[in-house]
Design a protein around this ligand. Sequence first.
Ligand SMILES: [Zn+2]
Length: 116
Amino acid sequence: MSIFEYDHFDSPLKVGDNNPHMQKCVFCQNKLEVFSINDYWSIDLQEIYSFHQLGKSWCYEEGMDEEMWELDLSRYSCEVYFHHCNKCGWWRIIKDVTVSAKVWQLWQFSMAQQVY
Ligand SMILES: [Zn+2]
């Protein structure tokens, strides 16, 4: 099993406790410290592809073309962040993987390793 979990499929604009773009502690709501860190973790592009397929119905609802949906797995980039709550000590590591679609579109995947 990879250390990162895929458990969130939604627009990053939506707000939720588990949204990795929300920089608030899920326990005490404190603002998280955010550090950009080195990327030591490999990714499984096939796993990302399969995960991406799960959201297909959501994309049709948004009126997206098939070509904007299809991923070009040869074009991607990664960034890794360490989020830390200096009040209660909770932390998580977020890896953002940005993959190009065949046309026009960029998809961003966030994977998290966190302790509950
Ligand atoms: Zn906290």
